[in-house]
Design a protein around this ligand. Structure first.
Ligand code: 5GP
Ligand code: ZN
Length: 108
């Protein structure tokens, strides 16, 4: 399957990795829209967060936990976790992923 996030999970495309669990990885968004912009991604392929919720609920909880830990590490604690779902909603990569964004980085 020609999926850019599957390739990042497999190490075939470089990314700035920030964290990893058994089920999920986290890396910097290549085109950050906030001072902190981290993507949290399941290691297995699901088209969007709704599919992930039904197909691997444990993986979704793991992804939220990893994102929350990184948000606590890199921000003052105020952050947004968003999942664009569907083309018209702005989804451009059809491998489920959450955006952790924050305007309030730690130590600034
Ligand atoms: P979506 O638009 O699907 O909600 O989010 C996809 C995100 O993936 C975008 O914010 C985009 O900047 C990011 N992205 C797309 N390709 C790459 C890539 O090759 N590496 C990284 N690190 N981020 C990517
Ligand atoms: Zn994929």
């Amino acid at each position: 399957m020609d999926c850019i996030f599957c390739k990042i999970v497999a190490g075939q495309i470089p990314a700035t990795l920030l964290g990893e669990t058994e089920h999920s990885i986290a890396f910097k968004d290549i085109s950050p829209r906030q001072p902190i912009h981290i993507l949290v991604v399941p290691k297995t392929h699901h088209s969007n967060v709704a599919d992930l919720a039904f197909e691997d609920p444990t993986g979704l909880v793991d992804l939220v936990q990893l994102g929350s830990k990184l948000a606590a590490e890199y921000s003052t604690g105020s952050f947004r976790l968003s999942f664009n779902t569907g083309i018209e909603a702005g989804q451009s990569v059809f491998h489920a992923h959450g955006h952790i964004t924050s305007n309030t980085p730690k130590n600034q």
